[in-house]
Write a protein that binds this ligand. Structure first.
Ligand SMILES: Nc1nc2c(c(=O)[nH]1)N[C@H]1C(S)=C(S)[C@@H](COP(=O)(O)O)O[C@H]1N2
Ligand SMILES: [Mo]
Length: 240
């Protein structure tokens, strides 16, 4: 690791790895029986890649810290899956019309979350489509069945429940307002927190969001899923 044990500017270490995201209290989306990654955009014909097709590719493992743009960092996570670049070169690039120049890939999760990543950033060595975390299949809190992992970029680029990639030949139009405007690259060491304002200026505002979002996100987490607990009790009652 080029940066040793230090954290990127403005980040603070947290214990463990919290569930966090704009899903807030909502539970994770259901994983389809045969999950696919839909390949859309500038390809000759759009197609769906079964997630099982990743098993034909070499596996890759990385250990990295995870940095949320709000300011928390989870350290020492061991991700396993396939390198995004390997996936792209083997299964996606052959479907591009000759001469097509892809500038961005918009990644989307089953819950509708989207992040557009520049082709340069997404083909970097440390970017994975991860299916395992710390030796276990990815759970619903952290992006089952597979997620994008790009440790050099803030969490919002690290799309959970990855279900679609859209190949773009120009930069996407930004739909967010001026106050909340994610930086189009979100590189952690450059502190690219915001699209218009310097990262260190927005630190205190973003940091204030950590507690409420963490709390809400935990309500939809696996262990806190009250409906599951209640269902379990009911099942025990009916079945003696
Ligand atoms: N599908 C999806 N991916 C997402 C999000 C989300 O709400 N939905 N939130 C992002 C944000 S802001 C962060 S910090 C990380 C949090 O990942 P974790 O819940 O595994 O900690 O997921 C990112 N990817
Ligand atoms: Mo985040």
């Amino acid at each position: 690791m080029p940066h040793g044990n230090t954290l990127p500017p403005g980040q603070r270490r947290v214990k463990g790895f919290p569930r966090f995201g704009t899903h807030l209290h909502r539970p994770a989306p259901a994983v389809p029986a045969d999950p696919v990654i839909e390949v859309r955009g500038a390809v000759t014909g759009e197609f769906d890649l079964p997630l099982t097709s990743l098993s034909s590719l070499p596996r890759k493992e990385i250990t990295a810290d995870f940095h949320c743009v709000a300011g928390w960092t989870a350290t020492g996570l061991r991700w396993e899956g396939v390198s995004f670049a390997t996936f792209y070169r083997a299964l996606v690039e052959p479907a591009l019309p000759p001469g097509t120049s892809i500038t961005h890939i918009k990644c989307r999760g089953l819950d509708g979350w989207e992040a557009a990543v520049t082709i340069e950033d997404i083909l970097a060595d440390d970017v994975l489509i991860a299916e395992h975390l710390d030796g276990h299949p990815l759970d619903s809190d952290h992006g089952a069945p597979a997620r994008l992992v790009s440790p050099s970029q803030y969490g919002y680029i690290n799309v959970k429940h990855l279900s679609r990639i859209e190949l773009l030949t120009t930069a996407p139009v930004i739909a967010e307002g001026p106050l909340i405007r994610s930086h189009p690259r979100g590189r952690v060491w450059e502190e690219e927190r915001h699209g218009l304002l310097p990262g260190r200026v927005v630190r205190p505002f973003y940091r204030a969001l950590i507690r409420p979002i963490r709390f809400l996100s935990s309500l939809g987490a696996r262990e806190n899923d009250k409906s599951t607990v209640r269902r379990g009790v009911r099942d025990r009652e009916t079945h003696g």
